[in-house]
Write a protein that binds this ligand. Structure first.
Ligand code: C2E
Ligand code: MG
Ligand code: MG
Ligand code: MG
Length: 275
């Protein structure tokens, strides 16, 4: 405790905080069992070519079908999983499940589709990541270039030299790397230049007001120019209107994702929508 919090320190333990700490603990205990109980599910959001071409693949987004609380989004449990280390087994499950799904889709005739999987900081710094990714791809008979791993700038910045080594290992294997939520982190252009990424994903904060906000449009077009010169594919996320879609295509984005084009849905609905 600092001097300031000393005398009022007890206010940290108000009843509501206590309850919420208990609730967090309960959620953690339940999360530990959720994997065994088959309560985790993946939803898939399509990635589209910006020029009006079709679906090029999907991003896997994890959900928890909680027995009492219903379908929970990742924001409610990924932070707990990250703090507790549970993200490691959970992340292994996500990767395996997503690759198993892609295998099925390839077998069903969509052999060009790729799959994107999000990695948290702890997963990204895990010493077993490279081996896990390699083994998972082999288990499902998938070519590495069909897998994209999404890391945020912030994740990749936590330990720059270690991150670069991991990223080089992954790209040497042939796996693709996407820098997620681009523009919201702290990565320097110098670092970006050194990063063996294949894709920049423009954060939806820049897409939201794109049509009325000249600054946002300028930022998007600068990111596109930057990405071009670094030979990266440019994706925009959070596309909610036809206007945004057209504008982002005009500004030179390669791929688009968003509710306007396709919401995250279960595997069955994904295939139905794509057909
Ligand atoms: P993200 O990787 O940036 O994923 C995009 C998020 O934006 C998803 O939320 C998606 O449902 C949502 N989204 C997509 N299109 C739109 C749109 O048009 N408008 C709006 N408002 N939102 C849109 P979701 O599924 O709740 O995931 C939140 C975050 O949780 C993800 O952000 C990712 O960082 C993390 N996450 C999700 N699945 C996993 C996972 O399997 N492992 C790890 N480590 N993190 C995950
Ligand atoms: Mg993502
Ligand atoms: Mg994102
Ligand atoms: Mg995000």
């Amino acid at each position: 405790h600092t001097k300031d919090s000393g005398r009022n320190g007890y206010t940290f333990f108000t009843e509501s905080m206590h309850v919420s700490a208990n609730r967090q603990l309960k959620l953690l205990q339940e999360l530990r069992r959720a994997l065994q109980r088959d309560e985790m599910v993946l939803h898939y959001q399509p990635k589209f070519r910006a020029d009006g071409g079709g679906v090029i693949g999907a991003e896997a987004l994890v959900r928890w079908q909680h027995p009492g609380l219903g379908l929970l989004g990742p924001d409610t449990f990924i932070p707990i999983a990250e703090r507790s280390g549970l993200i490691l087994p959970l992340g292994d499950w996500v990767l395996d499940q997503a690759c198993a799904q892609l295998r099925q889709w390839h077998d069903a005739g969509h052999a060009t589709w790729s799959m994107a999987v999000n990695l948290s900081p702890l997963q990204f710094s895990s010493t077993t990541l490279l081996d896990t990714v390699k083994a998972t791809l082999e288990r499902h008979g998938l070519a590495p270039h069909h897998l994209t791993l999404e890391v945020t700038e912030t994740t990749a910045m936590q330990d720059v030299e270690a991150s670069l080594q991991i990223l080089h290992g992954l790209t040497a294997m042939g796996v693709k790397i996407s820098i997620d939520d681009f523009g919201t982190g702290y990565s320097s252009l110098l670092y970006l230049k050194r990063m063996p990424a294949t894709e920049l994903k423009i954060d939806r904060a820049f897409v939201r007001d794109l049509e009325d906000n000249a600054e946002d449009a300028a930022i998007v077009s600068s990111i596109v120019a930057l990405g071009r010169s670094l030979q990266l594919q440019i994706v925009a996320e959070g596309v909610e209107t036809a206007g945004q879609r057209d504008y982002l295509n005009e500004l030179g984005c390669d791929l688009l994702q968003g509710y306007h084009l396709g919401k995250p849905v279960d595997a069955e609905a994904f295939l139905r929508n794509a057909a």
